[in-house]
Design a protein around this ligand. Structure first.
Ligand code: MMA
Ligand code: CA
Length: 198
């Protein structure tokens, strides 16, 4: 019979293995193998967990969710994050060129804020207004001038161009958000606020 603490250890290990299987966790190293505990493929093909372990895992998950939501509440209260749909938005308050802004976001495990609809655009706008600074978006012009795309190369499915924009005709390959939420194509080597999404 396993002791209570062994069950807890097994529950937490199983949870971590499950989390690692479900998500890519930037900055979090691969789990070391623990003798006596299942490896990262060890839960596959196992039809059920024992009821007690299942209940324990459920409990751990409920508590983690509760703790995370309280932490998110604290960060939101302090104006450090904004949540929109499944995205979390945050800025480091720094104004840098496009490449540096993207690098900071990726280093933190995210990417540049990329509005995919009006609701997301408004959430990013909230941060632009908070700092009263234009911000680079996660959008770039492709090789063919006039063709703006998401950083991952996918075509845009939502746009909010300011009147008469984009007007750079291949000379302004990045995009900034104005303090009214509209977009302007802009040179990539200027200084704009860094806003990331996670
Ligand atoms: C600047 C620059 C452009 C923008 C125009 C709008 C003069 O250039 O920000 O990207 O389109 O202003 O007047
Ligand atoms: Ca422009």
């Amino acid at each position: 019979m396993l002791s209570h603490s062994s069950y807890m250890l097994t529950a937490v290990a199983a949870l971590l293995v499950t989390c690692h299987a479900l998500c890519k966790c930037p900055g979090i190293p691969e789990l070391p193998s623990v003798p006596g505990l299942p490896g990262k493929d060890g839960l596959k093909g196992q039809p059920h967990l024992p009821d007690s372990l299942d209940a324990e895992l459920h409990n751990v998950l409920v508590n983690l969710k509760h703790r995370l939501s309280r932490l998110e509440g604290v960060l939101a209260l302090n104006g450090k994050i904004r949540e929109v749909g499944d995205k979390i938005l945050a800025s480091n308050g720094k104004e840098v060129d496009f490449a540096s802004a993207l690098e900071s976001c990726e280093e933190a495990g995210g990417t540049l804020a990329t509005p995919m609809n009006e609701e997301e655009n408004n959430a990013i706008l909230g941060i632009v207004k908070q700092y009263n600074r234009y911000a680079y978006l996660g959008i770039k012009e492709g090789e063919n001038s006039g063709q703006f795309k998401y950083i991952n190369g996918a075509p845009l499915n939502y746009t909010k161009w300011h009147q008469y924009e984009p007007n750079g005709k291949g000379t302004e390959k990045c995009v900034e958000m104005y303090t009214d939420g509209s977009w302007n194509d802009k040179k990539c080597d200027l200084y704009c606020l860094t806003i990331c999404e996670f």
